[in-house]
Write a protein that binds this ligand. Sequence first.
Ligand SMILES: [Zn+2]
Ligand SMILES: [Zn+2]
Length: 266
Amino acid sequence: MFVDSHAHIAGPEFDDDRDAMLERAYGARVTAILNVGTGDPHSGVFERAIEMARRHPHIYNAIGVHPHDARFYDDAAEHRIKHLFETAERVIAWGEIGLDFHYNNSPRDVQIEAFKRQLRAASDCGVPVIIHTREAETETIEILQSEYSGAERRGVFHCFSGSRDLAQRALDLGFALSFSGIVTFKKAEELREIAKEVPLDRLLIETDCPFLAPVPYRGKRNEPAYVVEVARCIAELRGLPLEEIAQVTTYNFQCIFDPLSPASAR
Ligand SMILES: [Zn+2]
Ligand SMILES: [Zn+2]
């Protein structure tokens, strides 16, 4: 079985065929999906995601304020997220959080502040984090070192597409790296080299759907069933059977996010 460790399936892109999309995922042996809730935390997005997961036992949720939405992060948002961790079913990670200096949808200083606060809050709650970083490698590592070194749990750098240096620093900090469909793209040679060398016990796979569909679906709407193509690409790179990549990435997901813990089954 496969796990899609990062998907956005609560949004309007899947409103017309969500059940069919999930059937295709199960048919492809994708038996767990981590849905990542993004958007303004005051708009009810997290509650909607949790409601969706309540009806589908294979769906887990991560909740947190994306760097794009960092300007919405305030005391009330933090309270709400903490409350949901305490009360909702199958909410297993804080994220995605981090820095995106490519789009700068929220000002950089606001992103940095929201990232720091959420790292501290996740650490207080004892939950793992999902890191999004784009064109902010140095700052992301520095903040993790200063705000998260003492935390009990770690997490993942999702949709990893950074440099070798960032990969090494993330691994040194105890994080896993999750690869998306980007690894199948023609020009992603450096990324394939990284995916080949990551220690197997730090490897995860994801779709980040509805974006970034892997080859041979590139350009189409992405969906969790296609995570198998990401696994296939990595299996070929490493000269391993597809089954082995399926097994290790599923096992790593369980170790990092602990979906079977009493708290997440609440
Ligand atoms: Zn992201
Ligand atoms: Zn994402």
